[in-house]
Design a binder for this molecule. Structure first.
Ligand code: PEP
Ligand code: MN
Length: 265
């Protein structure tokens, strides 16, 4: 990110805030669930940006694949009610078009999209001529070049505000983490692209809430620029990623235990 550039939206400025704290449900489920969760988060005063997925790339068919475009007005309402910028995942040009039509403040590209250069290029082309900030999650496989390639595709399409999200890497069999952190990969990305904000998503690394604090602390100790943590008003009832989400109250408890190197949240 070019810190000398004058940004036009507060969301663009926020992507360079450190530490940047992003939270919200894995998925928008109902308008009520989204607004309740987001309002509770805003009331904590600890969150800079709200997230919710409305198009959910699921490993197998038959699960909840997201509420779709009808969730975009709910996210708009969440922003109106909380005053916080909102962020959504995009995987196709149509997602980009719809998200921008509903004035989403920030977009992110998910791990299952970053693996596919055709998809990344299509999203990059749809972003041409816009000024929305975009975070790029690492690909599900541990391939730094693929992650860097996605950054290059967006940069070449003229996307100025790019950030990185480390969410861990797939592996076979039962492992402690849902997605292995392999910290050397995000560290290598930071070495190559020191100007890009790098945030950690402990939720998708851990897959279970009891591990979140240790992974979040490790990211802070490695000088990451922020955290994305999934939260839900009733995590056990969540329609996706139930085991890794925390209530807004427990999010605050988690944040209170973290020791930030340079600033406090
Ligand atoms: C998500 O953020 O809810 C998500 C689907 O993440 P990932 O792309 O990291 O699996
Ligand atoms: Mn999730």
């Amino acid at each position: 990110m070019d810190h000398t550039q004058t940004t036009t939206t507060s969301a663009a400025e926020l992507t360079s805030k450190k530490p940047l704290l992003i939270s919200g449900p894995c998925s928008a489920e109902t308008e009520e669930q989204l607004l309740d969760t987001c309002n509770q988060l805003a009331q904590t005063g600890r969150v800079d940006m709200l997230r919710a997925g409305i198009w959910k790339p699921r490993t197998k068919p038959g699960g909840f694949e997201g509420i779709g475009t009808k969730g975009l007005p709910w996210l708009q309402k969440a922003r109106e009610q909380t005053g916080l910028p909102v962020m959504v995942e995009v995987a196709t040009p149509k997602h980009v078009e719809d998200s921008l039509a509903f004035e989403m403040d920030v977009l992110w590209i998910g791990a299952r999209t970053t693996v596919n250069p055709f998809s990344v290029q299509a999203v990059a082309d749809a972003l041409r001529g816009t000024d929305v900030p975009v975070f790029i999650k690492n690909p599900i496989n541990p391939d730094v070049e693929l992650w860097a390639g996605a950054v290059e595709r967006l940069a070449k399409a003229g996307v100025k505000q790019i950030g990185l999200i480390h969410r861990g890497f797939s592996s076979y069999g039962n492992t402690e983490y849902r997605n292995a952190p392999l910290w050397q990969l995000p560290i290598e990305m930071k070495r190559r692209m020191p100007e890009l904000p790098l945030i950690c998503d402990p939720s998708h690394i851990c897959g279970r809430r009891d591990l979140l604090a240790d992974v979040a602390q490790k990211a802070i100790d490695l000088d990451f620029d922020g955290l994305m943590l999934e939260s839900h008003r009733d995590p056990d009832q969540a329609w996706s990623d139930a085991a890794q989400q925390v209530t807004p109250t427990n999010l605050v408890a988690l944040l209170d235990h973290l020791i930030w190197r340079h600033e406090t949240t």
